[in-house]
Write a protein that binds this ligand. Structure first.
Ligand SMILES: [Fe+2]
Length: 141
């Protein structure tokens, strides 16, 4: 037996499936600052700070991804130690990324977020897609 909905209309079906192809209107352009939060910093200062922090954010996100790549692709007799070490460094970068991004937002800016934007912005060179030889080797003496 169907339950009665409070307004006597058929309740909307709820689905757990993601809704693809949704687009929200942009409410603040990248590279601008809003004045929603009461800060004593003038707009030119906020613009300069958010620009520099976004550069740092893109580089930190790239470093995070490089550590994760190394975490996954480590090999050899010290695999397990390197695997753990690179994961630890990656997790530390994750925390830095969050702190930097939230600082940008608190300054009224827009944090860079998406991988293509990070790739266009970072100063760190792109590594090969394939597995790389580690630049150091650990030899037991
Ligand atoms: Fe892992």
């Amino acid at each position: 037996m169907a339950r009665n909905h409070p307004n006597n209309k058929t309740p909307e079906r709820v689905s757990a499936q993601p809704r693809f192809h949704q687009h929200a209107a942009e409410i603040q352009a990248y590279g601008t600052v809003s004045h929603l939060l009461p800060l004593d910093l003038e707009e030119p200062v906020r613009l300069e700070m958010t620009a520099q922090l976004n550069q740092l954010l893109a580089d930190t996100m790239t470093l995070r991804d490089l550590y994760k790549k190394s975490h996954w692709q480590a090999a050899g007799p010290t695999f397990y130690q390197l695997h753990l070490l690179f994961d630890k460094h990656s997790n530390e970068q994750v925390e830095l990324v969050d702190s930097i991004a939230e600082r940008i937002q608190l300054l009224g800016g827009v944090s860079i977020a998406m991988a293509p934007d990070v790739a266009e912005t970072t100063r760190i060179g792109r590594p090969p897609r394939g597995r790389e030889r580690f630049p150091f080797s650990c030899h037991a003496s």
